[in-house]
Design a protein around this ligand. Structure first.
Ligand code: BTN
Length: 325
């Protein structure tokens, strides 16, 4: 536990009274300046701390803020993941891509309470209001080609679906290629972005971004999302569970990622597939039957004319029931 985490523990235990910087410094065996820096870091994470001259620091209101430390305590490989929580960022993916371009090593995990410009596939926005979801990005530097690295999204979808089932007790389904559904609604989207090293043709880095709606936002989903978007829990607060869920997703993903070529995650991915054996619409126009997910995570379909096609990516939807037959 670092100074910041120990300080948070002390403040949580002493909610009633303010503690002076001097007293805190003594208890933590650090300088008063180190206490001040740790206070500022906790505020940046979203904790509300009152600082009164001559009296000291006190934690205000039960803190629902995501705790870096709590996430770390649930991680199976804390030495690999460097967890960092921010109150608001434009997009955790964008922030990590900037750091990746500057040479940041793999394993950095960035979570935000809120994203002001969360992004999804096809340049869509990802609605990311405060407190009700998990918005997480992980920086990876896999020694893989771009084609192999596309399995990162597949492995992540399997890890998310398994975690939702194991920790939330809700059956989760995966909609090829990057969405997780609960009760027929999309509760999670995954966006993996990568940079190619033009010299080697390999991957310079990949940023895996996962967004999960844990509870419906207080003001509801925006009108354009209300038909498709849902939340894992119907009601209640997402706080307290977010750290465990985030850590469990990272743990499960890590197991899959370290043996990506073994493709163990494909079993879950296929079992929980929402599309297999369904009539689907490709890019909102072409009708087909989803037949298989191959070992590269591609979707094999049979079109109305009997042609077999392999889809590498794209937009696929289940054909509305009234159009069946
Ligand atoms: C999609 O639905 O098409 C993908 C959504 C991915 C959202 C996550 S939230 C964390 C990370 N930061 C982003 O801006 N996007 C991803």
């Amino acid at each position: 536990m670092g100074t910041k985490e120990k300080l948070l523990d002390i403040l949580q235990e002493n909610r009633e009274a303010a503690l002076s910087g001097e007293r805190l410094a003594l208890r933590l065996s650090v300088s008063r300046n180190a206490v001040w820096k740790a206070i500022k870091a906790l505020e940046k994470e979203g904790h509300t701390i009152s600082a009164v001259r001559n009296r000291g620091y006190r934690l205000l209101a039960p803190s629902d803020a995501l705790s870096e430390w709590l996430i770390r305590t649930h991680l199976k490989r804390p030495e690999f993941f460097r967890v960092c929580v921010r109150k608001t960022v434009e997009s955790t993916n964008t922030a990590l891509k900037e750091l990746a371009a500057k040479g940041e090593p793999e394993g950095l995990v960035l979570l935000a309470e809120e994203q002001s410009a969360g992004r999804g596939r096809f340049l869509r926005q990802f609605f990311s209001p405060p407190g009700s979801g998990i918005y997480l990005s992980l920086l990876l530097r896999p020694d893989k080609t771009a084609a192999e690295a596309s399995l990162i999204t597949v492995a992540a979808a399997a890890a998310v679906a398994e975690t939702i089932e194991a920790l939330c007790g809700k059956p989760a389904r995966i909609k090829w290629v990057n969405d997780v559904f609960v009760n027929g609604k999309k509760v999670c989207g995954i966006l993996t972005e990568a940079a190619i090293d033009l010299e080697s043709g390999g991957l310079e880095y990949a940023v895996l971004g996962i967004g999960i709606n844990l509870t419906a936002p207080e003001a509801g989903f925006p009108a354009e999302l209300s038909g498709t978007a849902g939340a894992v829990f119907e009601s209640g607060r997402a706080a307290q569970t977010r750290e465990r869920l985030a850590a469990e997703i990272l743990n499960r993903f890590d197991d899959y990622y370290t043996a990506l070529s073994d493709r163990a995650y494909l079993r879950t991915y296929r079992e929980k597939s929402l599309l297999l054996n369904q009539e689907i619409l490709i890019n909102n126009s072409e009708q087909a039957i989803a037949q298989q997910i191959n070992d590269d995570g591609h979707l094999i379909v049979r079109t109305k004319t009997g042609e077999i096609k392999t889809l590498l990516s794209g937009e696929v939807s289940v054909k509305p029931a009234r159009e069946h037959r």
